[in-house]
Design a protein. Structure first.
Length: 304
């Protein structure tokens, strides 16, 4: 399919994610970029909710959202934001988390995991697992009814996938995992990497830079870094995988879905034709963001 007209306009203005010379990105510049958000007004409205509270889970900062006043137990969705393990935050993800709490009718726990390069692998994965483990340890604190799902986009999708297999191995039952254009490998050898390398919202060179900041010299076959390398996918939580057609991460995400299906895991994959990386988080720019959010919320409500 050709690029969606909205995606074509976006790529013309923002061909790459960071839009800077990667060689200039020292820690000072990274922190400067973290304080900026050119798309703040395009992330959707910060819908007022009656229950939003900042807490910690074994020291990991989290923000808890409910679309009601907090009376009674609900399913819980743990959300991991994207940003290449280097950028992103609960604050930047606030509008999306509020929207998800309303659409899914669930408690949303948004995780402020540690960022690279100050905190390289496995810090982010450790924080993700800490929050999931804490939710099962303290269900009453989260007002959980026992139904738990993990959701993440891009690097956050990577963390959600890793937390899902860690939960399986720990004997904790997740109802569902939603992986939105997730990083599932760090080899960068798929056809989509070659086809879209020069920039459709996320360039291959930028992805290589993100991986270097987070992973460094880590074994690229470590499944805490590359869940596609997990030896056994049997028994993982049922999955929904969302991909964008014009995205370097498309093929590895779909390969992961195929591996899950081959292992007997119920999985549904949906590719958004003509879309680019990052579309899900920008409903102010992409009509397909709302379509994808409706789809994800429907899948979560069904699972939970």
């Amino acid at each position: 399919m050709p690029l969606h007209p909205q995606a074509r306009e976006y790529v013309a203005q923002y061909p790459t994610d960071l839009g800077v010379d990667l060689a200039t990105l020292d820690l000072e510049k990274i922190n400067e970029l973290r304080g900026q958000d050119a798309f703040a007004l395009k992330r959707g409205p910060h819908t007022q909710l009656p229950f939003v509270r900042d807490e910690t889970a074994e020291g990991v900062p989290i923000r808890i959202y409910r679309a009601d006043r907090g009376d009674g137990a609900l399913p819980v969705i743990v959300y991991f934001h994207g940003g290449g393990w280097v950028f992103g935050s609960v604050k930047r993800n606030d509008a999306q988390a509020r929207d998800l709490a309303i659409r899914a009718g669930a408690v949303v726990v948004s995780v402020d995991y540690r960022l690279a390069p100050e905190h390289p692998f496995p810090a982010a994965a450790d924080d993700a697992w800490t929050v999931v483990r804490d939710l099962f340890a303290r269900p009453a604190f989260y007002q959980s009814n026992g139904g738990v799902a993990v959701v993440g986009d891009s690097a956050g999708g990577n963390l959600a996938a890793v937390a899902a297999w860690q939960a399986r191995d720990a004997g904790l039952t997740l109802a569902h995992q939603v992986l939105i254009y997730p990083v599932t490998d760090v080899a960068m050898t798929t056809p989509s990497y070659r086809e879209f390398a020069d920039g459709y919202g996320l360039a291959a060179a930028e992805m290589a830079w993100f991986i270097e900041q987070y992973a460094g010299e880590t074994d690229p076959h470590d499944p805490r870094l590359a869940p596609l390398r997990l030896a056994d996918c049997a028994g993982l939580a049922p999955a929904t995988i969302v991909t964008a057609e014009y995205d370097v991460l498309r093929d590895e995400a779909e390969q992961y879905g195929t591996r899950l299906a081959q292992a007997g895991v119920p999985v549904e994959m949906r590719r958004f034709d003509g879309a680019v990386h990052g579309f899900f988080g920008l409903p102010g720019l992409f009509d397909q963001a709302m379509e994808a959010r409706d789809y994800v919320a429907d899948r979560l409500r069904e699972a939970l």
